[in-house]
Structures are given as C-alpha cells and as structure tokens.
Design a protein around this ligand. Structure first.
Ligand code: SME
Length: 152
C-alpha cells in the first residue's frame, strides 16, 4: 500500500482498537478519511435495509445530502448494493445511473462491506477531482471495509 494510505490505515486500526460501537466507528472513520486524504471530499456509509430493499444513509463526513434513502439498483450506491462489487467512477458525467449530490462532485468510489458474502453496507466517497482514484484507493478502502465487517 502507498505510504500515505498505510499511515492512515494504521490510524484507522488504532481507532478500531478502541472498541467503539459500530456507529461511532463509522463516524470516526468517515472523519479520518475525509481529513487525511485530500481527494476525499465526502465520505459516508450506507446501510442495507433488507426489508425495504433500500440503502439508508449512516454516519458521514461532509455536506448534508438529499439521498438519505436509495433503492437497491439505483445510482452508483444502489448498483454496488446489487452487484456486491466495488465501483470506481472517474467521471460522473459519463454515468447514466447516477444520483448527483452536488455539482462539485466529479468522481466517486463505492466499496461494499460484506459479511459471509452478504452485502450489509458500503463506504461511499465523492471527490471534487477528476479521475483521482487508483488501485491503491481500492485496496486501501477494501482493507477498511473488511475490518469494519467484523463489527456487523
Ligand atoms: N452519488 C451517489 C448518491 C449518494 S451521494 O454521493 C452522497 C449515487 O449515485 O448513488
């Protein structure tokens, strides 16, 4: 992992070792990632509500969003809930199935959190930069998602 990511990952592990409840850990993680990584402008979690087949906004860091409930399949977030696969969108203007949060957002990465191969939640990151994400972002965020899944 790139040095910056491994340093932030260590900070994340230190927070996780505090044995916070899952909501506090998601909030602290959102704040950590937004503060430490310059191309992360909005960081938040969506949690699956299986009864209503929709995602519900959980803890986040950044501007308030209108998208507090997202049907599975809708937008980038909903597509990841359906596919259980990470989605990297380097240019949101090229996506038809996209829910805009702010005109400043140019790119987005969404990483699923799986428990025993079941989709339970996801990390959603918006960036104001164009095409900022690399495979390092994917690896870094997947490691965090895997650690967080232990708490669900
Ligand atoms: N852009 C997302 C919606 C959530 S906001 O980014 C916070 C999507 O297309 O699913």
């Amino acid at each position: 992992m790139e040095q910056q990511f491994s340093e932030v990952y260590k900070k994340f592990c230190a927070i996780k070792d505090q044995n916070l409840d899952v909501n506090s850990l998601m909030l602290s993680t959102s704040r950590l990632l937004k503060t430490e990584i310059s191309h992360y402008d909005w960081v938040g979690f969506y949690l699956l509500d299986p009864q209503n087949n929709q995602l519900v906004l959980g803890p986040y860091a950044g501007a308030a969003t209108d998208h507090t409930h997202i049907p599975v399949g809708k937008g980038i977030c909903g597509q990841v809930a359906a596919s259980k696969k990470t989605m990297v969108v380097q240019d949101v203007t090229g996506q038809d199935n996209y829910l805009a949060c702010s005109m400043d957002v140019q790119s987005e990465i969404v990483v699923p959190i799986l428990k025993d191969d079941r989709f339970i939640a996801e990390i959603d990151i918006d960036s104001h930069a164009f095409a900022p994400f690399t495979t390092e972002d994917e690896q870094f965020l997947s490691s965090i998602a895997e650690k967080l899944s232990e708490l669900f």
